[in-house]
Design a protein. Structure first.
Ligand SMILES: N[C@@H](CCC(=O)N[C@@H](CS)C(=O)NCC(=O)O)C(=O)O
Length: 226
């Protein structure tokens, strides 16, 4: 983990300091990180002496502690719908993970020798399952072509759902909310794993994506990214 820079939350105007966790080195499985987040996944928020993990728990905590502006709707039904979008994104993350290792981390790893990569990984963890996983990511056998095709099709079905549901400007019709904040980054990462989003096939999603990318808070958070 490396300290990066102090940032300011674009939407709630909060300051935070980013600490990078390098997934190519399995830093998320280091004992000191597991002490904060036993799931060994990013992100984790440290707020004073409180440690909070799971992105949807983090957003709910932040909205409760720093309520202005509210990102979860007060109306119970709207709030339930926002949380269902968050749950939807959580499921997307599970389908996305193997493709990320196959198509992003594998190629990054192969820019170095296997020995170098494994040396870094062993500095983070001695868990044989993680070590075996990185070895298979390195040699491209972690995910089979059939599995990758299935995951890609599941991820496209997710976009079909978003396309059907986007009847207004935002996921909750005319109201910008945590639903958009949670879902947008996942969809924006599709091209990273080779999943193109054709505007002709997904016109509403494309419009929503461009509107999100233009929002001042998203633009500012792009700028402060380390
Ligand atoms: N449910 C978790 C999922 C987080 C997650 O999937 N994080 C990925 C990166 S986007 C990760 O840490 N991957 C590392 C790994 O799979 O070992 C959350 O929302 O916080």
């Amino acid at each position: 983990m490396r300290a990066a820079c102090a940032n300011r939350d674009a939407r709630k105007n909060l300051e935070w300091e980013t600490r990078l966790v390098d997934l190519t080195k399995m830093e998320q499985k280091r004992p000191e990180y597991l002490a904060l987040n036993p799931s060994g996944l990013v992100p984790t928020l440290v707020h004073g002496d409180r440690v909070i993990y799971e992105s949807n728990v983090i957003t709910e905590y932040l909205d409760a502690v720093f309520p202005e502006p509210r990102l979860y709707p007060d109306d119970p039904w709207l709030c339930a719908r926002a949380k269902m979008w968050q749950a939807f994104e959580l499921a997307m993350a599970k389908e996305y993970r193997p493709l990320m290792y196959l198509r992003v981390i594998g190629p990054i790893d192969r820019q170095r020798s296997n020995d170098e990569v494994m040396r870094d990984v062993r500095r983070s963890t001695d868990d044989p399952a993680h070590i075996d996983w990185v070895n298979r990511v390195y040699d491209g056998t972690a995910v089979s072509e059939d599995e990758a095709t299935l995951l890609a099709s599941q991820l496209y079905q997710r976009i079909d759902h978003i396309e059907r549901e986007l009847s207004g400007e935002f996921l909750l019709c005319d109201r910008f909310s945590i639903a958009d904040i949670s879902a947008y980054p996942r969809v924006a990462m599709y091209p990273m794993v080779g999943l193109a989003l054709e505007p002709a096939k997904y016109p509403r999603t494309t419009r929503w994506m461009s509107a999100m990318a233009q929002r001042p808070s998203f633009k500012r958070s792009e700028r402060v990214r380390p």
